[in-house]
Write a protein that binds this ligand. Structure first.
Ligand SMILES: [Zn+2]
Length: 450
């Protein structure tokens, strides 16, 4: 029987949504700002109130741990803080992030952290009453800087955790005004991290208490599994009338920059047949991108930015620089889309006496989540009376990094009208409640077994 409480879940959302609340709705908690750190502190406060042990790691990820029934599994004298390297060893990890984009919503990220927390609080209650016996610790995580809106790269906290990005590199990243992550974190978090100094062996005293080494897989055994609930940020669930779906993986993605070079000329004195108008060629390429995606369903292609030179009313455009973002659930299909895009660029440029160049910026391979965990989530959904809808994520999430170090799977809850990264972003409370119940059932299955 589920012990997830709607009242507690609502109160938890109210408390976190009030932090960085925008007038008229929505939330703004940029990574490593006072607001984002306050949301992390509120998360830890709620977890501690429920009897969990909390910790912040050197990049600002917050963890809250529920011990298994047999008591602290991570060694050390009774009541002492678990060694950081063992804090989530072989635990079942679940969570998401608490930062938002500028003028964002209150559900992207927070939904996953707070539904996870509610699910684990429910397990803690069941454990206290003797109803269940957990064999593994369960840890809720709030990753730092998922959005990358202030400091690049996005998904920074989970990247450092997974060893994809070094702690040094992450702390050295700067925002537009030249403030580094290390400075922002120290200012916003202050003594909160330093205060947990006992958790870091080899700490060098106040102000230097953050070890300059990555909390990666070489310093600890990774958690046994990671589950992340996230808002869909699309319309599939709402259209299907489904409150929770199992996410099979994340689409493959290719990002590139391109340039068409023609010849700038006088808008009055240059006859049409003598022009090399880069923007006319670019317009054809933008249309081609839409056709390419249409031919490769369910692929998507976006030209999201264009810069026209010289950009003057009375000059024929001499050059256009643009971006392209291509995504598809299948790796070969996204590569085929890139090839078609390049061919279209060359053709459009040649037809208009221009030249075309393309630079691939990066490829994010398709991520397939762990099949056993997908089945666990599907079975958990069925115990809550939800049939197992499966879909692919169009966006990257922290789970992509964590999938490199431990078996991982995701759940989606609906986004009303698909709105996200906007103050009007909404997920119905009933869906969040269902999501927390599915997590509770799945975590129980994973933490009790073996
Ligand atoms: Zn998110």
């Amino acid at each position: 029987m589920s012990r997830v409480s709607l009242e507690r879940l609502e109160a938890s959302f109210r408390a976190v949504s009030a932090i960085g609340a925008l007038p008229g709705g929505g939330c703004e908690r940029l990574a490593f700002s006072a607001e984002e750190r306050a949301a992390h502190a509120e998360f830890r406060r709620q977890a501690e109130k429920a009897g969990m042990t909390v910790r912040v790691d050197p990049i600002g990820n917050s963890f809250a741990r529920l011990e298994p029934t047999s008591g602290p599994a991570a060694g050390g004298p009774e009541g002492s803080f678990p060694e950081p390297a063992r804090f989530d060893e072989a635990a079942i990890l679940t969570g998401s992030h608490l930062d938002t984009v500028a003028r964002g919503g209150c559900f992207d990220g927070a939904a996953g952290v707070l539904c996870s927390l509610e699910a684990v609080i429910a397990l803690a209650e069941a454990q206290r009453s003797g109803e269940i016996r957990l064999r593994r610790p369960v840890v809720v995580v709030a990753w730092a800087n998922e959005e990358g809106a202030r400091f690049a790269p996005a998904m920074m906290g989970s990247a450092v955790y997974a060893g994809v990005l070094s702690l040094e590199e992450a702390l050295a990243a700067t925002d537009r005004s030249g403030v580094s992550v290390a400075e922002a974190l120290a200012e916003a978090e202050g003594e909160a991290i330093v205060g947990e100094r006992p958790s870091y062996p080899g700490a060098q005293g106040p102000g230097h208490s953050r070890p300059r080494k990555s909390v990666s897989t070489d310093s600890m055994r990774p958690p046994a599994a990671y589950l992340e609930l996230h808002i869909e940020q699309g319309v599939e669930l709402e259209e299907a009338g489904v409150p929770v779906a199992v996410v099979e993986g994340v689409q493959a993605q290719i990002a590139g920059d391109w340039e068409i070079r023609g010849r700038s000329a006088h808008a009055g004195a240059t006859p049409m047949h003598r022009r090399a108008d880069a923007l006319v060629a670019a317009a054809e390429l933008v249309s081609a991108a839409e056709r390419i995606a249409g031919d490769q369903e369910p692929g998507v292609a976006t030209v999201g930015s264009l810069a026209v030179e010289p950009g003057s009313r009375n000059s024929v455009p001499g050059a256009v620089k643009g971006s392209v973002d291509l995504r598809h659930p299948d790796q070969p299909s996204v590569a085929a889309m890139e090839e078609m895009f390049i061919q279209s660029g060359r053709r459009a440029a040649a037809w208009h006496r221009c030249t075309f160049s393309f630079t691939e910026l990066w490829r994010a391979p398709r991520v397939s989540f762990n099949p056993d965990l997908l089945n666990t989530l599907e079975a958990a959904a069925q115990t809550v009376g939800i049939s197992g809808t499966r879909l692919f994520s169009a966006a990257g999430h922290d789970a992509v990094h964590i999938a490199r170090v431990t078996p991982t799977a995701m759940l989606f809850v609906p986004s009303i009208a698909g709105v996200s990264h906007h103050p009007e972003e909404q997920t119905p409370m009933e869906a969040l409640m269902a999501g927390a119940q599915v997590l509770e059932a799945a975590l129980l299955q994973l933490a009790v077994d073996k």
